[in-house]
Design a protein. Structure first.
Length: 344
């Protein structure tokens, strides 16, 4: 496991503070995200993921376009979504966009398909939230058929059928690397096994070890279907600073702003400092010095038997300088130490 462990970084393109603490325009944030991806590549990070949102506090609504910009300036890092909200998109267009990215990047593209925890895209694109489950299930089925290659014949209830329809461009060599994002549903775990795709667990709170039953279910379902167990990854929030104290001090105010803004929409109480610190100590918030963050990631890797860990390092209006320093510390100090600890 340790020799093939992949370590990645995720961002949602949170709108950041610029000079004089003013929030930056979305266009400026997009350019910053590209620079973050380029730095991650230079430092040897394995994967760079960009999320999709359709709201004022996140700048990225088209991750594939941002990833294509990064692809032209990088040579080795894998590039993917985190996540693509398939339920409110067209599976054919998603496949085409990411197969195009795959060609531009010489086979480095990935797509993580999920339903997303934000629902703004549903009314924006004219989809009914009452069909939340059906939309994802049928669109994933169509995407899986497209990913298999060749002319596609498919029928469902959400769009007209396809008969021996070819879709372009095809990927150059291997099938497009596709993960199923899982937030907490056993049905999603079994679905990933059914489609023979890797599973990415979004763990944003609580002890990561509580997801071990999902890992076991994935292995059991894969075996029952006569398939090998595909890689398992985790996406969790965090931030790396020079010291534990410096990391918490830099991260806390903006993390709280983000949490409370989203929480106000969802009925959550305001985040208390003690809750924040408990989540760092015993939960799924990876905040601290390189040594602290590396030790916690390695513990999660071992507990869940992971092939990949993705740190979601953006959180609220954290300025570009802080984000770039976090990426630098992750690439130069956290990643090597995680590999060493995970191997023991």
């Amino acid at each position: 496991m340790a020799s093939s462990l992949e370590l990645g970084l995720d961002t949602f393109g949170d709108v950041t503070r610029g000079p004089h603490s003013a929030l930056q325009p979305h266009a400026a944030v997009l350019r910053e995200v590209v620079e973050q991806g380029v730095l991650a590549d230079e430092l040897g990070v394995d994967f760079f993921g960009v999320g999709e949102h359709h709201r004022a506090d996140f700048a990225v609504s088209a991750p594939d376009i941002v990833l294509a910009a990064i692809a032209t300036r990088t040579s080795r890092i894998r590039l993917g979504s985190a996540v693509t909200v398939l339920s409110s998109d067209d599976p054919i267009r998603v496949f085409q966009r990411f197969s195009t990215l795959d060609g531009l990047s010489s086979g480095r593209a990935e797509v993580i398909l999920g339903r997303g925890s934000f629902t703004e895209s549903f009314p924006l694109f004219g989809f009914d939230l009452s069909q939340y489950e059906r939309l994802f299930a049928e669109k994933l089925d169509l995407f899986a058929a497209l990913r298999a290659g060749g002319p596609v014949t498919w029928q469902g209830s959400i769009r007209p059928p396809l008969t021996e329809q070819s879709v372009f461009p095809p990927t150059e060599s291997e099938p497009l690397r596709t993960w199923i994002g899982v937030g907490g549903s056993p049905e999603s775990v079994v679905r990933a096994a059914r489609y023979d795709m890797p599973m990415l667990l979004a763990i944003i709170g609580g002890d990561p070890a509580r997801f071990r039953p999902y890992v076991d279910l994935f292995a059991r379902a894969s075996a029952e279907m006569g398939r090998p167990v595909r890689p398992i990854g985790v996406h969790s929030p965090g931030f790396v600073g020079e010291t534990d104290e410096a990391a918490r001090e830099a991260f806390w105010p903006d993390y709280k702003r983000m949490h409370d803004r989203i929480g106000a929409e969802r009925g959550w109480p305001p985040l208390e400092k003690a809750q924040f610190e408990r989540e760092i100590e015993r939960g799924s918030l990876y905040v601290g010095s390189p040594e602290t963050v590396a030790a916690k990631i390695a513990k999660t890797v071992k507990a869940l038997g992971l092939s990949r860990f993705q740190l979601k390092y953006s959180a609220g209006p954290l300025p570009q300088a802080d984000l770039m320093r976090c990426i630098e510390l992750f690439g130069t100090r956290v990643a090597p130490l995680v590999r060493e600890l995970a191997a023991n």
